[in-house]
Design a protein around this ligand. Structure first.
Ligand code: B12
Ligand code: SF4
Length: 460
């Protein structure tokens, strides 16, 4: 059995002049599926092609497929890069008609039937177990129908396998990619080699824009011991100096975080780290413990600039909470990043005009603004569609992965005007005396700021 796992070529490949501006992180989902398959089917040959990460366009991808000649090819399908996934599946079929092609990931889980117009199958939910059982059944020439998590024809609604115990998963097969190709976004890392980890799945909160088709609403996390063991492998086997935790809410389980910090104090590793979480899941004691255990930066999904916007998005906290979290993180000695979403249904010219002042009140060291993307399985999509606010068709939505482009209409504003609000918000945020002073105080922040300015000017 030769199994290929693919993140398809799309416009983050090197042809894109703005590629360097964004983050590029290893495809941990594919690497986890690969590691699981290697464990369950030791005879299988497994290859991972992360085309955006490795800079492979379609022609180079085809050469790799022809050389490997897979029996099974799995492709990640996200809303935003849908056509790229279909093109990858079509290329595999053209070169290797006998190969079974299967879609997986967030959009495959949200809309499996749609994927089945270009794939032989679609894996719904977590991929490890279903993909590995699929490989075994194909190798044995067994019937595929009835396999939990696998849709085979439009309209199929397969039962999902039971959620996996996070501690039972092997470490992602990082040896299958070149880790030196990856880095988080500007301001989000300090040392290299840097790589990412994801140590939990699922989230019980109800932010209206969030796509939860794969992991659902029940939070499951790896034990602190398991996390420490993976960090130890990263430092030892791969020489990694920094870890960027990509968990949605890294501190959701306070006791777990404190225990991990204690382990890192007791058995220190030469690793700095950063993470993302919600503003209502931190407190001064926790933040001090994190700082003491090597954390240098924390990112908050504040999302709504101001109470009105937070309310529209269903964040479940207000700006005062965001301000307090940022202040507590700063007091603990951590750098702070705040993520915002503009252009949400219900926003007005007034909420967008007020956004820079609201963001300044929260006062994170760095801010990132993305326009709301209505993923099909979200309340945001349902609301935008029901109120006639979607500025693009469903087909266009499937291939919109530029988060600097507004997709939802705000009454009285053109899309161009909305984009201008975001650009002006960045300018007014970073030109504040408090922000300039922080930049001037740190040579690293100054260097990153100069690079950010170049990208900003290209965008502006
Ligand atoms: C880190 C991250 C990135 C990184 C790395 C991407 C990557 N290739 O893994 C970067 C920054 C590059 C990135 C880019 C994008 N991302 Co992103 N990203 C994430 C994040 C925060 C964590 C991903 C992760 O590692 N999870 C842990 C692993 C274990 O889970 P997983 O990747 O989902 O994989 C599991 C299953 O989905 C499934 N699976 C996935 N692929 C496949 C393939 C096969 C064949 C099979 C069988 C199963 C399978 O099995 C895996 C194991 O159970 C998630 C949010 C989240 N909580 O998951 C968003 C998320 C996946 N990203 C998302 C999007 C939209 C994008 C972009 C399109 C955004 C953009 N504006 O361009 C791009 C392009 C994606 C791409 N093709 O690479 C959305 C997807 C929503 C949707 N409905 O489609 C998410 C859910 C964020 C969100 N809520 O909005 N992303
Ligand atoms: S945005 Fe974050 S906190 Fe909100 S539901 Fe999604 S994962 Fe949970």
């Amino acid at each position: 059995m030769k199994a290929l796992l693919v993140n398809p070529p799309h416009s983050f490949s090197p042809e894109n002049p703005l590629r360097g501006a964004g983050l590029a992180l290893p495809p941990l989902g594919l690497l986890s599926v690969a590691a699981y398959l290697r464990r369950e089917m030791p005879g299988a040959k497994v290859k991972v092609l992360d085309c955006p990460g490795a800079g492979l366009g379609l022609a180079a991808f085809e050469r790799e497929v022809a050389a490997f000649a897979p029996d099974l090819a799995g492709v990640s399908v996200h809303a935003g890069t849908f056509s790229a996934s279909l093109a990858a599946a079509a290329a595999v079929k053209k070169l290797r008609p006998s190969c079974f092609t299967v879609a997986g990931g967030h959009h495959a889980s949200a809309r499996p039937s749609q994927c089945l117009h270009g794939f032989d199958g679609a894996v719904v939910g977590e991929g490890e177990e279903t993909f590995s059982k699929l490989a075994k059944r194909l190798a044995a020439g067994r019937e595929l129908a009835g396999l939990a998590g696998l849709a085979l024809k439009p309209g199929d609604e397969p039962a999902r396998p039971a959620p996996l115990d996070p501690d039972s998963l092997p470490f992602p097969a990082r040896d299958l990619v070149d880790l030196s190709l990856y880095r988080p976004s500007l301001f989000a890392y300090r040392r290299r080699p840097v790589t990412s980890m994801v140590t939990s799945r699922g989230c019980p909160y109800a932010c209206g824009f969030c796509s939860k088709s794969v992991f659902g609403a029940a939070y499951r996390a790896q034990s602190p011991e398991r996390v420490h063991a993976e960090m130890t492998e990263l430092a030892g086997r791969y020489g990694v100096k920094e870890v960027s935790f990509q968990d949605d809410t890294f501190t959701a389980d306070r006791a777990r975080t404190l225990r991990l910090c204690a382990l890192l104090k007791k058995s220190p590793l030469d690793l700095t780290w950063s993470c993302m979480t919600r503003v209502d899941l931190v407190d001064p004691e926790l933040l001090r413990a994190m700082k003491g255990a090597g954390c240098f930066s924390i990112a908050f999904g504040v999302d709504g600039a101001g109470d009105a916007s937070c309310g529209l998005m269903g964040k479940g906290f207000d700006s005062a909470r965001a301000k307090a979290a940022v202040a507590a993180a700063r007091a603990a000695g951590l750098e702070t990043r705040a993520y915002y979403i503009f252009g949400y249904p219900g926003e007005t010219r007034a909420t967008l005009a007020a956004a820079p002042a609201k963001m300044a009140e929260v006062d994170a060291d760095h801010v990132f603004i993305a326009f709301a993307h209505p993923f099909f399985d979200t309340p945001l999509y349902a609301e935008a569609r029901a109120r006639g606010l979607l500025a693009v068709s469903d087909e266009e939505l499937l291939d919109s992965h530029d988060n600097t482009a507004p997709l939802v209409n705000v009454p009285g504003l053109t899309l161009r005007q909305q984009a201008k609000f975001a650009k002006r918000a960045y300018l007014s945020y970073y030109l504040r005396p408090a922000s300039l002073a922080r930049r001037l105080a740190s040579p690293r922040a100054l260097a990153d700021s100069a690079r950010a300015l170049l990208y900003f000017l290209r965008w502006y």
